[in-house]
Write a protein that binds this ligand. Structure first.
Ligand code: FAD
Length: 289
């Protein structure tokens, strides 16, 4: 572990000031399940943790059937997946947050931390992308919003500028006859990093898909949207052939690396299989609402 300072911010402005004054070696501390490990292993030079968990806006969660869901960036994951509205309306988000780490991790880890860490294999990011999530960001130049699908720029890299941090994540209320789903493949039953993960949100009119968003993780330097899979679905009846075409588009879009967790061939195959599964599950959710 490196020697470092700890500061507790109690307001958004105070956190921005602390981060700006701390410069490049200051880091936001949410649950700490990534950043404390990185500091301990000296994978990043950090000399100041700015704890944001005492800022009310960062710890709240609200749902409204008109406006949708807003989750404070540091709300622990167990509160996200334990929320009845999340389970009913945003099952993709529920499924992804429910498998991150184990119980102990879920008591600390947050959506803001999963996004801020910007791992290509992060489990919640494809779910947030499929749900068209928007990050509310505060910084020295005021507030701005960035869609989650435009947030990550490379492994461990994102659009945040010095002094900026994520205050909350907003998910619009899905229109009628919409559904969503998330899945991942890991070699064990739990506590592992995704070989591939996938999410889909779609809207049906009868049997015809009228809107779709498909996202994949662990197959590129960042989590990615798969517009080809959405195009294979929209305007078509949801048949086995249509779903297979969406899977094939995902396989085509995946540009994975080969590492200890999986080969290129396996990851491309899994992209196909998982996208087909999340499309089917999202359609089932849409029909049940
Ligand atoms: C045993 C174990 C198992 C794990 N399993 C999984 C898993 O299955 N799937 C998975 O995806 N991840 C997993 N992780 C990684 C980690 O738990 C998640 O990425 C978690 O969501 C990080 O959240 P946190 O609040 O702990 O982030 P922190 O560690 O506090 O922060 C992570 C990074 O994001 C930055 N950050 C945090 N909050 C903000 C914010 N509001 N604004 C801007 N930047 C911010 C921090 O400065 C840091 O760089 C695991 C970790 C461990 C230790």
């Amino acid at each position: 572990m490196q020697a470092l300072r700890y500061a507790r911010a109690t307001s958004i402005d105070e956190a921005v000031r602390m981060l700006r004054e701390g410069g490049e070696t200051a880091r936001v501390l949410a649950g700490g399940t990534d950043v404390i490990v990185q500091a301990r292993e000296r994978r990043r030079v950090i000399d100041l943790f700015v704890d944001i968990k005492h800022i009310p806006d960062v710890m709240g969660m609200t749902y409204d059937a008109q406006r949708g869901l807003t989750v404070g960036a540091a709300v622990p994951l167990y509160q996200v997946y334990g929320n009845a509205d999340v389970a009913r309306v945003y099952p993709a988000l529920r499924a992804a947050t429910h498998v991150i780490g184990g119980k102990a991790i879920q008591g600390r880890a947050s959506l803001g931390g999963n996004l801020g860490n910007s791992s290509p294999a992060a489990d919640s990011i494809p779910a947030m992308m499929a749900l068209d999530g928007v990050a509310a960001i505060a910084g020295p130049n005021g507030r701005r919003e960035v869609h989650v699908d435009a947030f990550c720029t490379g492994p461990g890299r994102n659009v945040l500028q010095p002094g900026e941090f994520i205050v909350s994540l907003h998910f619009p209320q899905p229109v009628a006859h919409s559904g969503n789903a998330w899945e991942r493949f890991i070699p064990r039953n739990e506590m592992d990093i995704a070989v591939v993960n996938a999410a889909c949100a779609l809207t049906l009119e009868g049997d015809v898909v009228t809107a779709a968003r498909v996202a994949l993780g662990a197959v590129a330097p960042t989590t990615i949207m798969v517009p080809g899979a959405a195009e294979a679905l929209v305007g078509r009846r949801l048949t086995d052939d249509t779903i297979a075409a969406a899977g094939a588009a995902a396989k085509e879009a995946a540009t994975p690396i080969e590492d200890m967790r999986g080969t290129v061939k396996q990851r491309k195959h899994l992209s196909d299989v998982l996208v087909q599964r999340v499309v089917r599950a999202a359609a089932e959710h849409a029909r049940s609402r």
